[in-house]
Design a protein around this ligand. Structure first.
Ligand code: SF4
Ligand code: SF4
Length: 352
């Protein structure tokens, strides 16, 4: 154990208090990320660093790994557990895909640009895509000069929902949708409502992307108002997640700027409910949100909080690699925990 406390003195707001006060932080593990070893380690450290919610794939093995991580953090003295959120989709969505290629079709002399652009180390020096590690960011798709990489969607069938969600018992769900997909959203919502789950929160994630082919698309606020009409009697507290540039927070200030620009453009026109910013969020986001006058005012036109995926992943990647080089997981390397925690807290502006 390190010779100093891992748990900050606080205050440790519970997730509902954090939402209500605009201090909510969600860690995104990835809707199609099944890297169980890394997810357990990252969930553990994200919990200990103060995340109020962990958002992961609706998958039994993933949830078991993340719960192990949360329990590890509680054993270190974490005063309250984060909510466990599972991500679902109402149709094809970049968050719910994996890349695939047949390595036997690749020229032996290919310098493998696909591997170079992959932020998840899902493509090694030989072979194809390591499916468990791939979280669908799509950067490899355009990197292959021969166009050999394709995407495979991972959307849950309706009949899979009930047994899965009842057995996993999430605190919260996130339903990803796209403009113009109101009918598919209504179907998925109906399937969820039939389960009568005791949720603390339903998050709806949507960005500027289009989900329906043909015909004019509604603006983002117009589409969310349409969904609000479907949701207002659901009984679940509602969080709108504005998804700026999906899975791009590790790409720098441009992504953070784009996400905040989306928020600035549409925040005044959104339907009732709390708002969270995601998709391109990184260490530059909180400053930009504050500069736009949108911070910590969840009801009065601001946001309830921020969600971090790719930026948190890239921050902690060196620690995962360092542990791997020792032949161990990150949780077996206590000398790395304080550094990783400090990085996360700084990213989330929770550093003392
Ligand atoms: S670049 Fe993205 S989509 Fe391609 S293998 Fe890596 S994680 Fe998957
Ligand atoms: S870039 Fe294309 S051809 Fe080269 S290794 Fe990757 S998938 Fe194969």
């Amino acid at each position: 154990m390190p010779p100093y406390p891992l748990v900050e003195p606080g205050p440790w707001l519970d997730p509902a208090e954090a939402l209500a006060s605009g201090q909510w932080i969600k860690w995104i593990g990835g809707a199609s990320n099944h890297d169980l070893v890394a997810l357990e380690d990252l969930a553990a450290l994200a919990s200990l660093a103060g995340a109020h919610c962990l958002d992961v794939a609706a998958d039994a093995a993933v949830v078991a790994a993340v719960r192990r991580g949360i329990n590890w953090a509680l054993a270190q003295g974490l005063p309250r557990a984060p909510w466990l959120m599972l991500s679902l989709s109402d149709g094809e969505d970049p968050h719910f895909r994996k890349a695939f290629f047949d390595p036997d079709r690749c020229p032996a002399a290919c310098p493998r640009p696909c591997a170079r652009v992959c932020p998840a180390r899902a493509i090694a020096a030989s072979g194809g895509v390591h499916a468990e590690r791939c979280y669908g960011c799509g950067r490899c798709l355009g990197a292959c000069p021969l166009g050999l990489i394709e995407e495979q969607q991972q959307v849950l069938a309706a009949e899979q929902l009930a047994p899965l969600l009842r057995s996993l018992g999430p605190d919260a769900l996130e339903l990803h949708t796209s403009r113009g997909r109101g009918a598919a959203f209504a179907r998925r919502l109906g399937q969820l409502q039939a389960l009568d789950l005791p949720l603390q929160l339903l998050s709806v994630s949507c960005g500027e992307g289009a989900g329906a082919a043909g015909g004019p698309l509604p603006s983002l606020p117009a589409y969310l108002w349409q969904l609000h009409g479907l949701l207002r009697n659901s009984g679940w507290p509602l969080l709108w997640q504005l998804d700026g540039r999906p899975m791009s927070g590790d790409l720098g200030a441009g992504s953070a700027q784009a996400a905040v620009a989306l928020l600035r453009q549409w925040r005044p026109e959104l339907p009732p409910g709390l708002v969270q910013l995601a998709g391109g969020t990184n260490g530059d986001s909180r400053r930009r949100v504050a500069a736009a006058g949108l911070a910590a005012a969840p009801v009065a036109g601001g946001i309830a909080g921020l969600a971090y995926g790719g930026s948190a992943r890239s921050l902690l990647q060196p620690y995962l690699v360092a542990a791997e080089q020792r032949g161990q997981g990150l949780l077996a390397c206590p000398d790395l925990w304080p550094l990783a925690l400090a990085d996360l807290r700084q990213l989330w502006a929770l550093a003392g």
